[in-house]
Design a protein around this ligand. Structure first.
Ligand code: HEC
Ligand code: HEC
Length: 315
């Protein structure tokens, strides 16, 4: 009796081990967490609409119906004719501008499929209150935006069956990226030291005004600069233009603008050596981040020092 119960314990342990080993080896199908979503719950998430119209709910609406809805819920930002109020995005116009220097991308000039318009409005608009529109409103407003782009007549009734047939003007200019894959080979000897690798960045004007300001800034600097520069400062002109002007030329990222006396007055009180130290080592101040050497670690300390002199002599 004594022996056999010992054996039965041993067997039990062996079986337990076997089971837990099996459990460890194979992927577990359930961790006992969460609940299986119901069909209704999935339906609430599954709202995407595809280019062929798959996913559109049953419904309809025309531009005539949509006009008043658009005026009430969209025009304050996008303009009564889709021209865009202030800096809000326009939704119409811009035909044949895609190859211009400043292409105007709108629903009509750029978007490949009408289904995206339905989907976008349904998901995201009106901006302050997304997902508040009824299916009927989304159809009618979509029809109105297509009408503003001269893509359908105002009495055309958009439905789940014909929306995908609206052909967008720019559709054929989208194509699969045909550039070949490139494969790098890993460097195994004589490689650059990590600390020598720099990321060279240039901030480009984000809006037209900023670019213009920058250009004007540059012009001003040049007008004033040349005759009065000390030798120290002259050597700083090139590094300044290369690595500092991008921010200090226009005051982007809240950098104190070169030549703006007020912006520099309190800074000058720290003394030039401190300004130079800040320019070389970088620092975070109340206005923002001054990256070490303006982010260009190829510059020598002397070049950055000269760039600071160049900046200060513009004041
Ligand atoms: C309070 C301002 C506001 C209102 C009102 C508003 N929108 Fe917008 N809309 C925006 C903003 C901002 C964006 C850009 C959003 C982004 O890019 O993330 C946008 C983007 C869009 C776009 C995409 C434009 C593009 O080319 O990328 C469409 C289409 C659009 N809105 C339609 C509508 C419709 C239709 C309504 C009314 C039901 C509406 N919007 C109401 C602010 C607004
Ligand atoms: C990415 C933008 C950016 C670039 C590029 C940049 N700066 Fe700055 N710089 C700033 C900002 C922002 C400040 C203000 C930070 C603060 O005081 O909050 C600043 C401040 C300064 C100051 C004032 C320091 C002080 O203590 O008040 C000097 C001097 C300066 N930068 C020199 C340079 C020089 C020289 C270069 C080029 C080698 C350069 N910066 C490039 C953003 C930039």
């Amino acid at each position: 009796m004594y022996n056999s119960s010992k054996i039965s314990i041993a067997i039990t342990c062996a079986i337990a081990l076997l089971f837990s080993a099996a459990a460890l080896a194979g992927p577990k199908t359930s961790y006992g967490l969460g609940v299986t979503p119901t069909k209704e719950e999935i339906a609430l998430w599954d709202i995407d609409v595809r280019p062929d119209g798959q996913g559109l709910p049953i419904g309809k609406g025309s531009a005539i119906e949509g006009e008043a809805m658009y005026e009430a819920k969209c025009a304050s930002c996008h303009g009564s004719f889709g021209e865009g109020e202030g800096r809000w995005p326009p939704l119409a116009g811009g035909e044949n501008t895609l190859k211009d220097d400043r292409p105007e991308k709108t629903v009509g000039s750029y978007w490949p499929y009408a289904s995206t318009l339905w989907d976008y409005i349904n998901r995201a608009m009106p901006f302050p209150a997304p997902k508040t529109l009824t299916v009927h409103e989304v159809y009618a407003i979509t029809a109105y935006v297509l009408y503003l782009n001269d893509l359908i007549e105002d009495d055309y009734v958009l439905t789940q069956d014909n929306l995908a047939q609206v052909k967008m003007p720019n559709q054929d200019n989208f194509y699969a990226d045909d550039r070949p894959d490139t494969h790098n080979t890993r460097c195994m000897n004589n490689c650059k030291k990590p600390k020598d690798i720099v990321i060279v960045q240039s901030l480009r004007g984000i809006t037209p005004e900023q670019e213009e300001e920058q250009e004007q800034g540059a012009a001003k600097v040049e007008e004033k600069a040349k005759p009065t520069l000390s030798k120290n400062a002259l050597a700083g002109e090139a590094p300044y233009k290369q690595s500092c002007f991008v921010c200090h030329g226009s005051g982007i990222a809240d950098a104190p603008r070169t030549g703006d006396k007020n912006a520099w007055a309190s800074r000058l009180k720290q003394g030039t050596p401190m300004l130079i130290k800040h320019a070389i080592e970088g620092y975070i101040g109340d206005a923002g981040v001054m990256p070490p050497k303006g982010g260009n670690m190829n510059l020598t300390d002397e070049q950055v020092t000269a760039a600071v002199h160049y900046m200060l002599e513009q004041n």
